[in-house]
Design a protein around this ligand. Structure first.
Ligand code: SAJ
Length: 412
């Protein structure tokens, strides 16, 4: 079967690049989003999110007419759902956006269609999606009842791209494809093979869901180990960066980097989906989340103690984003630390973030000054390294000698 027309539901950090890449392969793509402003922006050939080179691809496919955005779903051969799956209070997953997507596509679903869930999801979400669609379209058959013979094929194929490298990784990464039946998986693989150079590996939907959660939990647990080590080393007066470098000389040891905490919308969220679905066994995974979430408070305490040494502390915080060389402040431990420090009124707070033109209003209101790194060094007596942006990596490290420095990233 060939895919002449594909619909992508949710035009965010994953949906828009996926839609654009598919369209660049000559497939007619209709992107659907509830945000009128996003739809209008895309139809003007522009982008509403920051991702290297995405603007160029979107402009080109909108100009050639292969990509358009709409508010209301249209008939298509395949539907790819890339909507957010945040967690609710108590860390349980919120599937309401997937349910909304099911409601949006149900009226236009037709026999022979493929529906792929790309959103990071707790185990069982693909089955839930299929059941929502079944309830809305009792005239069609679904794989939970009819297996390979179903009218509609349903699969889960989690996105695994790294922010900042989305366009490359969309094409080069291997894809885990979990079909609700063998036919579902095979049909989804055909769709991905139109733009993926990596391998498409088939499994069932539940395993594919868990694979994605496992990948991000693996990172989280290993970062928690590094963060725990960093606090132990502070206590024992050992340089954790030297320690990790030495330990990693062992051929079977590969410790990740400590930091001010774990940010972003993936690694700090997905492990909770495992904890929520199996709390009696997910002890290590849960503790890793708690350890990483506790790291910002530890850094704040270090800064407060350092500020105590000065009559008029001026504290320069280097970096606000959730990791190096991006402008994304969502769930950023660095931003949280700066906000908290400003609230504590322990001195003047300066923020340096070369990837954004203006700091968030909350920081402005709290009296935080935004300036470049050289001015920060002129003014500050305490330097807190929160993100290892390239602008900071390139600094002459001797500059830090005259300051009290709290280096959460091992920059110096
Ligand atoms: N971090 C550390 N120490 C490390 C590595 C990372 O403290 O050694 C911190 C970062 O500073 C950041 C956070 O962890 O605050 C997450 O950064 P990241 O670069 O590890 O990952 P993300 O959140 O940008 O993207 C991840 C990726 N998953 C994995 O690497 C397993 C990406 O492939 C996924 O597609 C993405 O999550 C997602 O959407 O789930």
């Amino acid at each position: 079967m060939s895919f002449k027309k594909v619909s992508v539901i949710g035009l965010g950090y994953i949906g828009l690049p996926t839609a654009a890449v598919l369209a660049s392969r000559g497939i007619e793509v209709v992107g659907v989003d509830v945000n009128q402003q996003a739809v209008d922006t895309i139809n003007q050939g522009k982008v509403h999110i920051v991702e290297p080179d995405l603007d160029i691809v979107v402009r080109s496919v909108v100009n050639t007419g292969t990509l358009k955005a709409t508010l209301v779903a249209e008939e298509a051969d395949a539907f790819m759902i890339a909507v957010p799956t945040p967690f609710k209070d108590g860390h349980s997953p919120d599937l309401s956006f997937i349910e909304q997507a099911a409601k949006a596509i149900a009226p236009v679903l037709a026999r022979g269609n493929l529906v792929v869930l790309e959103s990071t999801s707790p185990v069982g979400a693909t089955e839930k999606l299929a059941n929502w669609l079944k309830a809305l379209r009792p005239d069609l058959s679904f794989p939970q009842d009819k297996g390979n013979q179903a009218d509609i094929q349903v699969a889960h194929c989690p996105e695994r791209v790294l922010p900042g490298y989305v366009l490359q990784e969309l094409v080069s990464n291997d894809r885990v494809i979990g079909g609700m039946s063998q036919t579902c998986g095979e049909k989804a693989a055909q769709l991905y093979q139109t733009f993926v150079r990596g391998e498409c590996i088939l499994t069932n939907a539940r395993t594919a869901e868990m694979a994605k959660l496992t990948e991000n939990s693996f990172r989280d647990v290993n970062i928690a180990f590094a963060n725990e080590l960093s606090m132990i080393c502070d206590q024992l007066k050992i340089n954790v960066w030297e320690l990790i470098k030495l330990s990693n000389r062992h051929p079977r040891v590969d410790i990740l980097n400590p930091g001010p905490g774990v940010g972003g919308h993936c690694i700090a969220v997905d492990p909770w989906f495992i904890v929520d679905s199996c709390p009696q066994h997910a002890n290590l995974i849960k503790q890793a989340r708690l350890t990483n979430d506790g790291k910002p408070d530890y850094v704040i305490e270090q800064v407060v103690n350092a500020a105590d040494q000065f009559k008029t502390p001026v504290i320069a915080c280097l970096g606000l984003s959730f990791k190096a060389d991006i402008d994304d402040l969502r769930e950023s431990p660095a931003l949280h630390i700066v906000e908290q420090l400003a609230q504590k009124q322990i001195g003047q707070i300066i923020a340096v973030e070369p990837n954004i033109s203006a700091i968030p209003e909350t920081l402005v209101q709290a009296g935080v000054e935004h300036c470049d790194v050289q001015r920060a060094f002129e003014l500050a007596n305490i330097i807190v390294v929160l993100v290892d942006h390239k602008e900071f990596r390139l600094l002459d490290k001797s500059q830090f000698k005259a300051k009290v420095t709290i280096d959460t990233r091992g920059l110096i």
